[in-house]
Design a protein around this ligand. Structure first.
Ligand SMILES: [Zn+2]
Length: 428
């Protein structure tokens, strides 16, 4: 047992429905037993109830729930910074040549370690990870994630057309390799499996049928949608009978409460209605959308239609693994949208970086806030003395104001410690 004490902040409520301020909660201490939060309250009360238990003091800064990244690419950790290209050119010139190198398991092992250590050092404790096109590279990722205690959902990336030939697999191979990976890794500790066609642009109807068969095994589903206008036009040409981009997945029953679609920058109203009806979630990736010039995410339309939205870093198109930077960019984009935008408060930003992701990934019974009974996945954000953030935190009026300053100024250098189910990460 350990008692942690500091300024402990989480968002058990939903700031998109009701008063945003009412979604925020603050406490002084948490009691953690075997990695799970057993009690919360004042330090005096927890010490009185549990005398003799060790107390870890987290003085300065804030303790918040571990971040949940709903869309990030493991094979792209070495491919960040390819500026100046739209999506399809960026894929061809920056991302896919690097992804092809993961055919070598030793290369994949090194990339998996770099990816996961940096993800955790950025405060992310749960993630829906877009995998590799190579099954041995997925074994490397799952093995490394298990060693580190990351709460991870991931899967083999499937494509059978248009991409460079060394990244393609047939629907038959996709079925066999995925079934094998599901057997070994799905629901093993904190790991889960997600069926992952890259996007319907590179997946034929036969491949999407194979995905539907795999989804029948009770696993998760993720892919890309409506990111870029040239991509959308290509998909429309490839599926002339589809009503819209989402229909290319819906026709194969891939739009479900266990489905997470990345981007959705350019949806039509029918797609938003379908996503809401089927309970599927969207991963909004603001720095990626900005870097690739993909567009300004219509958050208000998603929220008003009842579509769940989480945040993704989308590394390597995104500008880094630090979810608070994605939250800040999401705020910027809603400001830039003017009257069509949805103004975000600091409470919205904390919610988007934590509980919204847990809900999108169906993990909200286990993580995303500091309720009693949930896993102690936590990030201690404490800036170095004298830094601009430290100066600003000293002058914050209240906790909400402190959150605003953290989301504006914090970087991964301000992550002082990370806990994964009660175990302090060594890589931070
Ligand atoms: Zn992506």
């Amino acid at each position: 047992m350990t008692i942690y004490t500091g300024t402990i902040v989480d968002t058990p409520g939903d700031p998109f429905h009701g008063d945003p301020a009412g979604a925020l909660r603050q406490d002084e201490a948490l009691l953690v037993t075997d990695g799970v939060i057993a009690a919360r309250g004042s330090l005096a009360a927890l010490r009185a109830a549990h005398p003799g238990e060790p107390v870890t003091r987290l003085d300065g800064g804030l303790l918040v729930p571990g971040f949940v990244d709903a869309h990030v690419h493991y094979p792209q950790i070495r491919a960040i910074g390819g500026l100046g290209l739209p999506l399809l050119d960026w894929l061809e010139q920056c991302a896919l040549p690097e992804e092809a190198k993961l055919a070598d398991p030793a290369y994949a092992r090194a990339v998996a370690a770099e990816f996961l250590d940096n993800l955790i050092a950025a405060g992310t404790t749960s993630a829906l990870v877009f995998g590799s096109h190579f099954a041995p590279a997925m074994d490397e990722l799952f093995t490394a994630a298990e060693q580190r205690g990351l709460n991870m959902t991931s899967g083999l990336v499937l494509s059978d057309r248009i991409l460079r030939p060394d990244l393609l697999n047939s629907p038959e191979t996709a079925l066999a390799d995925s079934a094998d990976l599901i057997l070994r890794w799905h629901d093993r500790g904190r790991l889960r499996y997600a069926v992952t066609p890259r996007f319907s642009l590179s997946a034929s109807d036969e491949m999407l049928d194979a995905c539907a068969q795999l989804l029948g095994k009770g696993v998760w589903f993720t892919s890309h949608i409506n990111e870029n206008l040239a991509e959308i036009a290509t998909v429309a040409g490839l599926f002339p009978a589809a009503q819209h981009y989402l229909d290319t997945y819906r026709r194969h029953e891939l739009v479900t409460p266990r489905s997470v679609f990345a981007h959705n920058v350019h949806p039509d109203d029918a797609e938003l209605t379908l996503l809401a009806e089927h309970g599927a979630a969207v991963a909004h990736c603001p720095t990626s959308n900005s870097a690739l010039g993909s567009g300004l995410f219509p958050l208000r339309r998603h929220v008003e239609r009842g579509v769940r939205v989480a945040l993704g870093s989308d590394v390597g198109a995104g500008a880094g693994l630090f979810l608070p930077s994605e939250a800040l960019q999401a705020y910027f984009m809603q400001q830039l949208l003017g009257p069509a935008g949805l103004p975000l408060t600091p409470v919205h930003l904390l919610y988007l970086a934590t509980r919204a992701g847990a809900r999108a990934l169906g993990l909200d019974e286990r993580v995303g806030d500091f309720a009693v009974g949930k896993d102690f996945d936590a990030v201690w954000l404490r800036p170095a003395d004298g830094s601009t953030l430290a100066v600003n935190l000293r002058h914050a009026r209240d906790t909400t104001d402190a959150l605003a300053r953290i989301f504006t100024l914090a970087t991964p250098a301000d992550v002082a410690a990370v806990w994964l189910r009660g175990v302090r990460a060594q890589s931070v």
